[in-house]
Design a protein. Sequence first.
Length: 148
Amino acid sequence: MTTYLINASHEQKIATEEYGTIKALVYSNPAYYESKSLARDFGEIEKGDFVIICRNSELKYLAEVEDVVMATDASEDEKYTGLPVKLLKGKLVKRFGNVSVGAATNRMVQQGIAPPNLINKEITGFKQGAFAEKLSQEQVGHYETWAS
């Protein structure tokens, strides 16, 4: 079991050719996550892994990945239509109650735990372009203390 920190900055719903509109835990085009150093770990996520989803620099929820679906983007944006997309489907395990990524990570650093590479040097939020990172067990344990 591996846990990943995901910065999913928008609603995770996408139109696909194969399945129609799907709401996912998170999705991404392989060309994006394979080419960005702060996104590359997304390609490693598989069924049985866990993801900590963040939105607007706030911890949202912890979910278990129950299925990884490869599909074809059918959104109205011509830039992406016809391109592959990897979607993670799964179930909610825990929610975080209005906790900012910066506050949680700052406490992590105060306890001597190295912060994820996705976090900016000021420890206030995500770096520009940050998307996905595999977490250490120490990091996972710390973030989970903020969940209910």
